[in-house]
Design a protein around this ligand. Structure first.
Ligand code: R5P
Length: 291
């Protein structure tokens, strides 16, 4: 792809470089300087070609800052081309896709408009929280899934009588797909979240037998770890063997990782949509295929 340039943002530099290599495209990095007042200045470290430009940047915390830097990069890229694909591997605000309580702003819709206004003509995201979120975009948007790659990673492990578990019914389809690639069965727990304070509890009472089995909890993302902690505590009470976690986006806010380990999780495996020590699965290949 000789006429294609991949631009790497501050939050996804390594992934952008990997993507450029896969696409055999040019790569232009960027620099971020944050001033004492909190404003960030983004600078392109090269000149993109006038063909297709792919801007890669996740919007994990600091979400609002990374969003502004992503918009700035897209806007700068649009000085060189009108074919701008914005690859936002982890799209912050994706959970704010509808008005859950009266008066709430559907901020994802605002962000969709901002990305278009900055100059994006297409979007690629990885495992967006819900398909419904994609409806807010007025430019073509494609959601690619890392579930097969995560399942392939787990296939290399030696698990005992494995069973795939979704921590909530909303993630049942995801667990089913993972289980299909892995070649085993799945179940979905029932979770309740208090919309006002965010606290979760597992309300499943009856469960297919998990006793003595290795379990893989599959989720799109881990934020505070509350969902995984509650699910793990419940599953451990049912006398399961080990609990592993497979998720696309590991935000692991604050001491989430410590809380998850304390609850009894043996290992967390995530992807490089968010860099970090659990990010063992590379999504550059699936993004390249989508491009
Ligand atoms: C919820 O529906 C999502 O799929 C995740 O389970 C959730 O967002 C994770 O958040 P936390 O780690 O704070 O429970």
């Amino acid at each position: 792809m000789s006429n294609v340039t991949v631009i790497g943002g501050n939050a996804s530099g390594d992934l952008a470089r990997r993507l450029a290599r896969k696409l055999k495209a040019g790569f232009v990095g960027s620099n971020l300087r944050v001033f004492p007042d909190g404003e960030g200045k983004v600078t392109l470290l090269g000149k993109p070609k006038s063909g297709k430009i792919i801007v890669v940047n996740s919007t994990y915390p600091p979400v609002d800052s990374n969003l502004v830097y992503t918009l700035a990069l897209i806007s700068k890229a649009s000085e060189y081309s009108n074919q701008i694909t914005a690859v936002i591997p982890y799209l912050g605000y994706a959970r704010q896709d509808r008005e859950f309580l009266a008066g709430e702003v559907v901020t994802l819709s605002v962000i969709a408009d901002l990305l278009k206004a900055a100059g994006a003509s297409k979007m690629i995201v990885v495992d967006i929280h819900s398909q419904m979120g994609m409806r807010h975009f007025k430019i073509p948007i494609r959601n690619v899934s890392a579930i097969e790659e995560l399942a392939r990673y787990f296939k290399k492990m030696h698990l005992k009588d494995p069973l795939v578990v979704s921590p909530d019914s909303g993630g049942a389809k995801r667990a089913e797909i993972f289980a299909g690639f892995y070649g085993t069965k799945y179940i979905a727990l029932k979770k309740q979240r208090d919309r006002r304070n965010g606290k979760v509890r597992i309300i499943t009472s009856e469960l297919d037998d998990v006793r003595g089995r290795d379990l893989i909890l599959v989720d799109d993302m881990i934020s505070t770890g509350g969902s995984i902690v509650k699910a793990t505590e419940f599953l451990k009470k049912q006398k399961c063997r080990r609990v592993f976690v497979a998720c696309t986006h590991a935000l692991l806010i604050g001491d989430a990782e410590r809380k998850i380990r304390k609850a009894g999780v043996t290992q967390i495996v995530s992807t490089n949509t968010i860099p970090g020590k659990t990010a063992a699965v590379d999504v550059a290949g699936i993004i390249a295929k989508a491009i």
